[in-house]
Ligand binder design. Sequence first.
Ligand code: GTP
Ligand code: MN
Ligand code: MN
Length: 623
Amino acid sequence: MPGGTAREGMGPELTTTHEKQTHTTHAGLSAWVEQVAELTQPRDIRWITGSSEEWTELTDQLVESGTFVRLDESKKPNSFYCASDPTDVARVEDRTYICSAEEKDAGPTNNWMAPAQMKAIMTDLYRGSMQGRTMYVIPFVMGHIDAKEPMFGVEITDSAYVAVSMLVMARCGTTVLRAIEKTDADFVPALHSVGAPLAEGQDDVKWPCSDTKYIVHFPEERTIWSYGSGYGGNALLGKKCYALRIASAIARDEGWMAEHMLILKLTSPKGSVHYVAAAFPSACGKTNLAMITPTVPGWKAEMVGDDIAWMRFGEDGRLYAVNPEAGLFGVAPGTGHSTNPNAMATVGLGNSVFTNVALTDDGDVWWEGMTDEPPAHLTDWLGNSWTPADGEAGTKAAHPNSRFCTPIAQCPIAAPEYDSPDGVPIDAILFGGRRKSTVPLVYESRDWQHGTFIGATLSSETTAAATGAVGVVRRDPMAMLPFIGYHAGDYMNHWLEIGKSADASKLPRIFGVNWFRRDDEDGSFLWPGFGENSRVLKWVIERLEGNAEAVETPIGFVPTGSSLDVDGLDMTPEQVAKALKVDAADWEKELPLIQEWFEKFGDQLPAELWAEFDGLKARVSGH
Ligand code: GTP
Ligand code: MN
Ligand code: MN
């Protein structure tokens, strides 16, 4: 494990001979590991302990095999560059399945196959799939190990890259294993194979993977099977697969929420503290907002989480959010000293893995947007020699979905609460996407039901975070479209149920935001974004505190010309007005798109959301 990080003190390695042979006293876990080994035929089995010696051994081995390049110790200590196979660079949504017992429970937005059929296909794929490789068994917990109900998992993988990345992203190792054993706890079994067995004497490749990929969830069994990909979201199974898809199904059953949200702590100049959660689709600014450096004087921002929030009601009736992760798996391009200095400082401390970025000649990493000027020479993510002339010709040095994987504990603005078992009370929820037009910089919903409508109709232009076309507007409910582990109509209803079960005055207030609106004249971003988003956060907090003005529009409450703090901002009042504008003609065009989206769900779409739609329609057309 990287020195001095969240996993410190995760416990001693196994000692007694008996334990060394069987490794666990947990009968269910022991049987599952044996059964998987029998099927996949690994060369050997290794239980991940979380020790620093283990980290060194695994990373050394990855360097030796050519998968990792060790970065210069003086620039990025204990850190590694890694290039994937060019075909294995993002989540594969068309290969991702929710295999509920019944097809209707997966809903119209998920791929489905009957569990027995899927298991038959995948069992054939897994047969012998780990030959010639080490099988790693990784006990982990999502959220805090001291949580009231710790959420355990065990990932089995034949990828050392996955084992090392999991050590950064989740709380892993022997301490977790002991906790699972002590209470004979249930855990989510998460099986992963890169699907590239090695024959006797066969040389390995730097990034083993398979052309056949399956990312599969069995929500009733709380089980994950993943095959063929080594990429983060497909292979680090604690993250999207467990903490979102499986957890969302558990959360529906148990009355809580598993969401694709950052968690931010804000302290106003007066010293009042507010926690904000925000759901934006992949590559739409969560990690950046979670690490914001406010430009508004006197405001302080700290990060609790950058990607996933689990929210449960506390005894006081408020919604408390925890970040189930221990690491950041952030989009590298666009992360720079000017846009996100806190992310640069976090990775600057080392103990990180960089995948599909570019390598500098002096053993450091680079990606588009890190600095204004690229270095004179690089090795690009495909391994080719790269110069700024290539960049001008349109060849990117880093893949647009290249990522840094780094411990949260190293973030200079990590709030101490990121490591709290109880989480933080959420005051506001923001929904935002990437929209060139129509959606204003910020607007506030009237109430929880209206806010649920804003979330349920959230739309965004697609990005490189998933395979497929980029820049196409799609609906992405609560930024969870690729991550809902059940029927999306039921998921929207679950949001409404959460609202009904609570005291309305204690619920977070819900806002919509859009950092990505463009000028129709020159196509440039209307709003500078990044640190300047603190102006929007300030308005949000002032709304909560009852001292910011707003005008009511057909879609909700929008800042008045003077209530948004634009002091010192390099924008004309006309530009600010353009960013905030709610144009009835634009929304007229949006209505049929929303209607078409809702019609996908038939009877399963909650009536309350149709009522919200009718209300919007009436207000937009002015009657
Ligand atoms: P996942 O980790 O995939 O869930 O994505 P994310 O929501 O964390 O996205 P991230 O913060 O990494 O942002 C991705 C891209 O959005 C980067 O290219 C950023 O430069 C860009 N971005 C983030 N915030 C802003 C902003 O305020 N304005 C503009 N114009 N771009 C932004
Ligand atoms: Mn994400
Ligand atoms: Mn992110």
